[in-house]
Design a protein around this ligand. Structure first.
Ligand code: TYM
Length: 335
């Protein structure tokens, strides 16, 4: 239609560095499917980011395919969303190099994820781990994204992306759209079940703290049963003093749609045992259809291949346009 208003664009991604967690579901993917009608959506499997930490190649391939199947099982219709693998679109590497040259050593040194990951991987503090935010900025800016739906832990990376884009635009004119982070109200920071002061993370050494999206129901229930609480025996939202219980309330609220007040009255006078079992069951029911659909899709490799090939083609069309513009601006001659 000639007078159709251009839809705003969304880009986000997840690293296929392991099995997806309940944190990445509640903080990110769950919120994506509903955006497809209103926005022009691009969702990436950020495989290039994963090699900042050593990966087992066969596992990386398996995680990438499983993650694609999970995206679709979570309601991301490939007809309505562009689903693609980052390494299939060379423009990501091309723009990342240019942006590296417009990103300051000092600002990269302040990134909390870099500090955390270099503490965890002290024997492999490589240059990619350090410049990771410039690659992530390229991911976003290539698509001229308006919004970047992420969990709270990625906010700092979207902010540095805005700074890099602003710096580049300041020199060369309006090349990049400045993106906004888009962070959910509930589930923005799902914490570990065993150490609720840390975020739930697939790289957590303590497997009991982290719930995986495709995990067996009995394992999920067991992990919630073991979740750390406190000695007060009262289900009340108070993240500073009751981080374990408050985290479970967040998860329960995200899984059932109930408010914190409704949850407090539902469990008034009950022990934590009942509460933890209810949260576990709600999560099992939330994830069950996704697990079943993911398994079904994984049996159809030809379909998954057609999805990522088509996605790469569509993504590259947009991304190449941005790289062309950037190359011209910085003074590279046209081939
Ligand atoms: P990653 O792969 O660590 O996490 C993927 C998404 O899940 C969210 N998330 C959480 N949300 C709430 N609670 C948690 N415990 C939790 N754990 C993870 C993250 O906020 C994220 O939204 N650098 C990114 C991947 C990336 C990206 C991008 C994202 C690469 N390029 C461009 C957006 C745009 C990352 O490592 O996310």
């Amino acid at each position: 239609m000639a007078n159709e208003v251009q839809k705003k664009r969304i880009l986000s991604g997840i690293q296929p560095s392991g099995d997806l967690t309940l944190g990445s579901y509640l903080g990110a993917i769950r919120n994506w499917a509903a955006l497809a009608d209103k926005y022009d959506c691009y969702y990436m499997l950020a495989d290039m980011h994963t090699i900042t930490v050593r990966q087992v190649p066969a596992e990386l391939r398996r995680h990438t395919l499983t993650q694609l199947a999970t995206y679709i099982a979570c309601g991301l219709d490939p007809e309505k969303n562009v689903l693609f693998v980052q390494s299939h679109v060379p423009a990501h590497a091309q723009l990342a190099w240019v942006l590296d040259c417009y990103t300051m050593f000092g600002e990269l040194s302040r990134m909390t994820q870099f500090k955390d990951k270099s503490a965890k991987n002290a024997d492999n503090i490589n240059a990619g781990l350090f410049t990771y935010p410039a690659l992530m900025a390229a991911d976003i800016l290539l698509y001229q994204a308006d919004l970047v739906p992420v969990g709270g832990d990625q906010k700092q990376h979207v902010e540095i992306c805005r700074d890099i884009a602003g710096r580049f635009n300041g020199i060369y004119g309006e090349v990049f759209k400045i993106p906004e982070p888009y962070i959910p109200q509930v589930g923005a920071r799902v914490m570990s079940l065993t150490s609720p002061e840390n975020k739930m993370s697939k790289s957590d050494k303590d497997q009991n703290g982290c719930v995986y999206m495709l995990e067996k129901p009995e394992d999920i229930l067991r992990k919630f049963k073991k979740a750390v609480t406190d000695s007060e025996a009262s289900v009340r939202f108070d993240p500073a003093n009751k981080p374990g219980v408050s985290n479970l309330m967040q998860i329960y609220s995200a899984a059932t749609g109930r408010s914190f007040e409704a949850i407090e009255s539902e469990f008034a006078g009950h022990g934590y045992g009942d509460f933890k079992a209810a949260v576990g069951e709600a999560v099992v029911e939330l994830l069950r259809p996704i697990r079943e659909e993911t398994e079904r899709l994984l049996a159809d490799k030809a379909y998954l291949q057609s999805v990522y090939r088509d996605g790469a083609e569509k993504a590259a069309r947009v991304a190449n346009r941005t790289v062309g513009k950037v190359y011209k601006k910085v003074g590279f001659i046209d081939r």
